[in-house]
Design a protein around this ligand. Structure first.
Ligand SMILES: Nc1nc2c([nH]c(=O)n2[C@H]2C[C@H](O)[C@@H](COP(=O)(O)OP(=O)(O)OP(=O)(O)O)O2)c(=O)[nH]1
Length: 271
């Protein structure tokens, strides 16, 4: 069973590199020149499906991990018995070590073995190299991106969420309280300010939850756990605000970026 591994050092912290890895378009763009086509949602998140094709061969993968440790995906449909991709991140003083690995089982027989050596290994190595370059470039871009902070406030086992009223494509969908960090403002100070402005409550921000999530080329979402320290939340700028029970967290119509954070939010709800 072929098993390939490639290692790169990226000059950015793991939360930034983790954000770059989530960008499906970046991944698709980096392999297109090699004849590999890839389609999926805008962001990789646990449970997301990715369809990849090389010529007439199509494979469907499901994302099994997309967090601060990296991303992983496994084959759910295709001509191979097994295909597993993983990118693991290791923090070092000089940046983040990005370890890509690809493992697959060939269909067998002399032709399968030949295809492994001549086509499979060569293509997989080219894909890994192209992807590593793209991840390094995107990480550099995200290092200077503006930050939108979100607050994950839990009380009595329920998560606070608010429903957007605009723009049209986001109206009716749910997000965490928060907003853009102002120039010169600290992330946690922005969490406190936004919760006061949007909900009329005082909060105490804690640790970051999950990875940074890219929103646009120059904007990312960063969520902090926060404790309610005073007041009762009311929707001052939103359509509605509610406390969501764990059983509904997965099914709520979240903004796409928030879906990436659901595994981390689940952990917060069931400590
Ligand atoms: N606050 C918040 N914003 C989110 C989340 N998920 C997500 O994609 N976003 C996006 C929506 C917006 O495009 C952007 C937030 O920036 P913002 O607060 O300036 O956006 P806004 O559209 O409310 O802008 P404004 O009119 O209030 O200035 O981040 C989330 O969980 N919380």
């Amino acid at each position: 069973m072929p098993d390939l591994r490639a290692t790169t050092l990226v000059d950015a912290p793991p939360r930034t590199v983790a954000a770059a890895l989530l960008d499906t378009a970046l991944l698709a763009g980096s392999v297109r020149g090699l004849g590999v086509r890839l389609a999926g949602g805008p962001l990789l998140h646990e449970g997301a499906e990715l369809t990849g094709s090389v010529g007439p061969v199509t494979v469907t993968l499901v994302v099994t991990r997309a967090d601060t440790t990296g991303v992983a995906a496994e084959l759910v449909d295709g001509p191979l018995p097994r295909l597993a991709l993983a990118t693991d991140l290791r923090p070092t003083r000089g940046g983040t070590v990005v370890i890509d690995s690809v493992a697959w089982t060939s269909p067998g027989g002399p032709l399968g073995g030949l295809a492994d050596v001549v086509v499979g290994r060569g293509l997989a190595l080219k894909v890994l190299r192209a992807r590593a370059d793209a991840v390094a470039r995107r990480s550099a871009q995200l290092l200077t991106a503006r930050v939108v902070v979100g607050a994950a406030v839990v009380r009595d086992g329920l998560l606070l969420a608010q429903q957007r009223d605009y723009p049209a494509d986001a109206a009716g969908r749910w997000e965490l309280p928060g907003g853009r960090v102002e120039p010169g403002e600290d992330d946690r100070a922005a969490v406190v300010r936004e919760c006061a402005e949007e909900l009329g409550v005082a909060v105490t921000p804690g640790e970051q939850l999950g990875p940074d999530v890219p929103l646009r080329a120059d904007l990312l979402l960063r969520v902090y756990a926060a404790e309610l320290a005073g007041g009762e939340p009311e929707a001052k700028e939103h359509r509605a605000v509610r406390w969501v029970p764990p059983a509904e967290v997965d099914t709520l119509d979240w903004l796409p970026a928030d879906r990436v954070l659901l595994p981390a939010l689940r952990t917060l709800l069931t400590p």
